[in-house]
Design a binder for this molecule. Structure first.
Ligand SMILES: NC(=O)N[C@@H](CC(=O)O)C(=O)O
Ligand SMILES: [Zn+2]
Ligand SMILES: [Zn+2]
Length: 357
């Protein structure tokens, strides 16, 4: 990381290796034309979530989804979508082999059936139905990306991540210690402890800007705030602090994954609103804010740009991006053919402005 100083010695800008987003929802249809440019503006590569309707369960579906993403890229921009397969009870080991051979699919995503947006085709019994597939993933060195929440309605919604760690992840890493696992969008100190207790190269976690900056008060601040609702739901302040400390400590086990998850405004602002926060345009500014507030700006680059590719066994980017300490206003909304999407912190002023030098 290179610091640029003003004559008074105040750091005005930093230059870092261009980041990647290791957890991103781009959706499909016309919405791609809005959200793909936003991600490509800051990120070089992204792990693309497969929870479309219908979900991406085959390599051929992943290949054609990748083509539509590339078509939505503005001219002269570079962005490499790293595709994933949606794991179902019926996924076969052969499909995993084909996925690896394609060179297009980089991971397999586990959604416990019913846990989150478009997860109804997800897995009902991981150990009962998916062991041969997980064994093939070890052979192919293909990571398992996990939405880590149990779906049992009797478990309190704020405890679902912790219970998932105890009931599924601990047995999983005991049974298959060679499987690479990414616990996606972690929200609790329990998840931090779990990830830190394991071998660095085998289990890692992505962390979103909202889980680093907000606690569950944000959902109810002055009234119900649908644009602060995501899954796993925001947690208590002590959990936010635990995640922030873990990430800013410089540990290699944590890396950037925005979980940017746009939903059309009326699908958020209604009587049964969708879970998901659209943060792609603001994510990098917000991560910089978190590291600055922790006095750890020197550790930002490893989190945004090194730990992810190192875990996935991919090269680090050679391009750079600049973050300037300059106020900028987040747009109120972005329109597309079916309506609009509202970004996180819409209309507010943020401090760090990313740009290509
Ligand atoms: N995070 C969310 O609240 N929503 C995501 C799904 C997910 O990542 O769980 C979505 O696809 O909308
Ligand atoms: Zn999820
Ligand atoms: Zn997600």
């Amino acid at each position: 990381m290179l610091g640029v100083s003003s004559p008074l010695g105040v750091r005005m800008a930093i230059s870092i290796t261009q980041p990647d987003d290791w957890h991103l929802h781009l959706r499909d249809g016309d919405l791609l034309n809005v959200v793909v440019p936003h991600s490509a503006q800051h990120f070089r590569r992204a792990i693309i979530m497969p929870n479309l309707k219908p979900p991406i369960i085959t390599t051929s579906a992943a290949v054609s989804y990748r083509e539509s993403i590339l078509k939505a890229l503005p001219a002269h921009s570079y962005f490499d979508p790293l595709m994933t397969l949606y794991l179902t009870d019926n996924t076969s080991p052969t499909q995993i082999k084909l996925a690896r051979e394609s060179g297009v699919v980089f991971a397999v995503k586990l959604y416990p059936a019913g846990a989150t947006t478009n997860s109804q085709d997800g897995v009902t019994d991981l150990f009962g139905n998916c062991l041969p597939v997980l064994e093939e993933m070890i052979k192919q060195n293909m990571p398992l990306l996990v939405h880590g929440e149990v779906t049992n309605p009797e478990v309190d919604v704020f405890d679902r991540e912790k219970v998932f760690i105890d009931q599924v992840l601990k047995p999983l890493v005991n049974k298959l210690p060679q499987l690479k696992v990414v616990m996606e969008h972690i929200t609790t100190s329990d998840a931090v402890k779990f990830v830190e207790s394991l071998n660095e190269g085998s289990v890692a976690a992505t962390v979103t800007p909202q889980h680093l900056l907000l606690n569950r008060n944000a959902i109810f601040q002055g009234g119900l705030q649908p644009h602060s609702y995501c899954l796993p739901v925001l947690k208590r302040e002590i959990h936010r602090q635990a995640i922030s400390s873990a990430v800013t400590s410089g540990s290699k086990r944590f890396f950037l994954g925005t979980d940017s998850a746009p939903h059309e405004r009326r699908r958020k602002e209604c009587s049964c609103g969708c879970a998901g926060i659209y943060n792609a345009p603001v994510a990098l500014s917000l991560y910089a804010k978190v590291f600055e507030e922790a006095g750890a700006l020197d550790k930002l680059e490893a989190f945004t740009s090194f730990n992810g590719p190192d875990f996935y066994g991919l090269p680090r980017n050679s391009t750079k991006i600049q973050l300037s300490k300059a106020p900028w206003k987040v747009p109120e909304s972005f329109s597309y053919s079916e309506g609009e999407i509202i970004p996180m912190f819409a209309g507010q002023t943020l401090d760090w402005l990313p740009s290509f030098a």
